[in-house]
Design a protein around this ligand. Structure first.
Ligand SMILES: [Zn+2]
Length: 66
C-alpha cells in the first residue's frame, strides 16, 4: 500500500481554488461563509469587497481651493 504523506486537498466547493487544509473543503473564510449562508437559507453572498466597509471608510481628505 502506498500512503501519501501529503494527501492532495480537494478543490474549494465554492470557487474551485485549492482548499486550505485548515478550512477544508474551502479555500478561505469567505467561501466557508458563503456555504454556511447557503445552509442557513440566507441570500447568496457574492464573494467580493463589502460595500458597507468601503462606505464606512475614513473621509477623503481631498480639499480643493475654491
Ligand atoms: Zn473558495
Amino acid at each position: 500500500m502506498t500512503a501519501p504523506a501529503h494527501s492532495p486537498a480537494p478543490p474549494c466547493s465554492i470557487c474551485g481554488k485549492p482548499s486550505d487544509p485548515r478550512l477544508r473543503p474551502f479555500c478561505s473564510r469567505r467561501c466557508a461563509d458563503v456555504d454556511l449562508n447557503r445552509w442557513l437559507g440566507e441570500v447568496y453572498v457574492v464573494p467580493g469587497d463589502d460595500p458597507a466597509a468601503a462606505a464606512s471608510g475614513p473621509p477623503d481628505g481631498d480639499d480643493e481651493d475654491f
